[in-house]
Design a protein around this ligand. Sequence first.
Ligand code: AMP
Length: 208
Amino acid sequence: MDKKIICLFGPQGSGKGTQAKILTDRLNIPHISTGDLFRIAIESKTDLGQQVESILKSGELVPDQLTFDLLKERISQNDCAGGFVLDGFPRTLNQARLLDQYVEINHIVVIDISDKESLKRLTNRRYHVKTGEIYNLYTSPKPSKEIEPELVQRADDTEEAIKTRLQTYHSETEPLFVYYKEKVMHVNGEQSIDKVAQDIAKSLNISI
Ligand code: AMP
């Protein structure tokens, strides 16, 4: 594989973050998640963070240009020179067009799971503030008894916000699979983490 700009798509809870981490460890390139960039801005109470906090909480999308500007600033940093794994961007046709004018995505991987599975995984997803690790009370990785009391839920992992996010994924993001055409590869996300990682590696023609 020559260039390494890989974009992961999938409904909320499909395991994009987990798989992005496996890929970035293997390929030695950074994992860029626009959701993470927004959450860092919110935690740091920057102007941007204050601007987007209520949008994230509701599960709506942040305006395209604002999101693209944040992403552009991140991917122009030195560590992205050799490529990166994108998680959560682009999410609309307009964002895809903005990105196209800037870089060319080489590989698109869609991790498919049903809405029912997404809802089940997300309502059980928990976050360990101290370490930043993500756990799941329903799937894996499950937290230990010691860690469980220290876990919190993401503000947008409520049933109402998850439904809004899924609806937006279907109406705004899925049309991108037609836009990117032959670059798109689908992987079944309702398998073990290892099996999903193997299927992604196979579709990218790399070994994990
Ligand atoms: P995520 O962690 O990818 O689920 O993103 C969390 C939230 O951040 C989303 O529900 C949106 O409010 C916002 N967000 C992340 N990426 C984007 C994007 N590409 N465009 C617009 N909003 C985004």
